[in-house]
Design a protein around this ligand. Sequence first.
Ligand code: 1CP
Length: 353
Amino acid sequence: MPGRRLAGTVMVETKKLMRALAGEVQAVPPVWLMRQAGRYLPEYKATRARAGDFLSLCYTPELAAEVTLQPIRRYGFDAAILFADILLVPQALGADLWFVTGEGPRLSTVTSRADFDALKPADAIHETLAPVYETVRILTRELPDETALIGFAGAPWTVATYMTAGRGTPDQAPAHALREGEPAVFDALMARLTEATIDYLSMQIEAGAEVVKLFDSWAGSLKGEAFARYALEPAKTIIGAVKAKHPEIPVIAFPREAGERYVGFAKATGADCVALDNSVSAEWAAENVQVDGCVQGNLDPRHMVTGGQPLIDETKRIKAAFSKGPHIFNLGHGITPEADPENVHAMLEAIRG
Ligand code: 1CP
């Protein structure tokens, strides 16, 4: 069992998530869910109503900590993920950000040199993001001893897709247009986001995050050389810089829908774990990705809505496929507002017995 040496004694790592990230193969894998705090839970909706709106919830540490803890109390997941959003970083860099109910995020856009020049420097983000660090500090005190705390940020490419379009897009066309049409502006934006992400994750770690995750939700629209330049290279830079300051902190990378480009991603970037979406089969990923170390995933989130025997069968199949290497059970993407909270119990029963 991996342990840390402290003043001549060996501290045995008891958190299942940390053990998987250190490479340990466990008969029952640790489990948590992307978006485990969210609108499928009545207690989340109640706290969000108290906060007034989504951004107030993110920036009120007591309430953000409360919604982080809710799924831990209800399900006893092996990890809690800080409640915040990847779009707080653009806001901290000076972009306007608001959420349209039923539609999603809206931002002021960066599509020219003048827009880029109006952004704040990376080290200015902490003024806006200080409440997030306070949420982390509250969580370090309130989480159960066996629950690991995950901090996170959006990867530069994914955050840049929202900053160039001003909203979520199905094909990330505005970001592709800017990177092709104004490469100097786009590269400057990527560099600013890379620097801000390093600072942001480092501050979360200093506040008490034990693991950090980099969400590159739109990595799938980058192919070939563009994937290397805008997904792999920034991840490598961020992971290298975070580990230079905090070598003991494991990093989970999620280049969603990378497909065959998942192969070798952990080795190339220094990530301790690669999170897999559900477009790749667990059997393929065990053979081609898990050979390099820990993987996370990859149940289709639709099973959380539909439930029944297919949910049980799929959960058991994925657990079995990844049983020969280190594995963190999770979905292939976030749990949706239509999910039935009872289906989460059924999934846990299928994993833990
Ligand atoms: O109505 C509400 O209450 C808001 C819904 C919501 C929630 C619960 C948003 C808006 N963000 C969040 C929290 C959140 N977002 C967390 C922490 C909670 C947890 O995981 O339990 C995390 C890690 C995120 C990360 C995030 N935000 C990503 C990356 C992961 C992914 O899902 O791909 C992305 C792309 C966002 C942007 C975003 N924020 C919110 C929405 C609806 C979106 C997606 C917009 C789109 O579809 O393009």
